[in-house]
Design a protein around this ligand. Structure first.
Ligand SMILES: [Zn+2]
Length: 309
């Protein structure tokens, strides 16, 4: 997943991506899909409008494999009901305007989720779309004030999966090892998150099946350090970065350290996905997920989902 906002900020790179196409520009191996994010968060923070025509041209020329409507208006839990309604209305207007040409409609978790489902089902063009994307989950998973309880977030995901049974469902902002389990169990088709890069920038690495650990001292970021056993796991890591630079690479400051940690974190997520997929396919997930995951908050939620399988 790459963000249109990044290209918007770097006109030279944008031009190159348009000339070469995203696949070649990113040197992506064959078979790997490139998803484009519309950068709604970036434009939201700047109170700016997404330049819709520029986005359309970018999509047409850079040729991502998947792209959402040019702009969606993300509700946050601290907004009043009225403000959330406004986000819903404005996002639906863009969904209606882009019922054509491969633009994936976007809906948001929150008070108006069911209204989204109703509106989309009622609209012939949108109802026929093969894809849908769910956003707005991040502020809720971060436990911000007035965030929706986890159980309701789960119900919402389930509702979207059931309502849009014939569509490929993408969820924005899922990318922790444990939340990947929830997404897979609920039948979400794809997820994305920049969490692995943000963690890397803060000196944090992810471990298989468990939470974040701080390995590099980069100033004010606090967090749990790896235990002796966890350092051993990291030492054995077979990701491309650890194989080349070992623990020193993960602990380094500067760009080198960031790249090692980012590569490591993404590798861990891909391995976790593989672990989940293999165990679900073999019917052995139920027997093993508890020993795999030691993150108590999510294990209780996963228990609930597993009961319904
Ligand atoms: Zn590694």
């Amino acid at each position: 997943m790459v963000s249109y906002a990044d290209f918007y900020r770097m006109p030279g790179q944008k031009r190159k991506a348009k000339e070469m196409g995203l696949h070649e520009y990113l040197s992506v191996p064959e078979g790997v899909k490139v998803y484009l994010d519309n950068g709604a968060f970036y434009f939201l923070r700047r109170n700016g409008e997404t330049p819709k025509e520029d986005y359309e041209v970018f999509v047409e020329q850079a040729k991502p494999d998947w792209w959402p409507i040019p702009r969606d208006f993300i509700p946050t839990p601290i907004m009043t009901k009225q403000e959330q309604k406004q986000c819903f209305d404005r996002t639906m207007l863009v969904n209606f305007a882009y019922e054509r040409d491969g633009y994936t409609p976007v809906i948001h978790i929150g008070r108006f989720l069911k209204d989204y489902a109703t509106e989309i089902a009622r609209h012939a063009g949108l109802a026929e779309k093969p894809t849908i994307a769910l956003g707005g989950i991040v502020p809720n998973l971060l436990r911000t004030p007035k965030a929706i309880p986890y159980a309701e977030v789960l119900d919402a995901l389930r509702h979207v999966r059931q309502t849009f049974a014939d569509k490929e469902v993408h969820v924005f902002g899922i990318g922790g090892t444990a939340t990947l389990h929830l997404a897979a169990l609920l039948g979400v088709d794809s997820v994305d998150s920049s969490g692995w890069r943000n963690r890397a920038a803060r000196g944090i690495v992810q471990l298989p099946g468990s939470g974040d650990r701080v390995v590099a001292n980069l100033g004010n970021w606090r967090g749990r350090k790896p235990s002796l056993h966890e350092w051993e796991i990291l030492e054995q890591c077979s990701c491309p970065a650890c194989k080349q630079f070992g623990l020193d690479g993960l602990k380094m400051n500067g760009l080198g350290g960031f790249c090692s940690r980012a590569t490591h974190n993404l590798w861990i997520l891909l391995e976790e996905t593989r672990w989940i997929r293999d165990h679900l396919a073999a019917g052995t997930y139920r027997d093993h997920y508890k020993e795999r995951l030691n993150n108590s908050t999510y294990v209780r939620l996963i228990d609930k989902v597993v009961e319904t399988l």
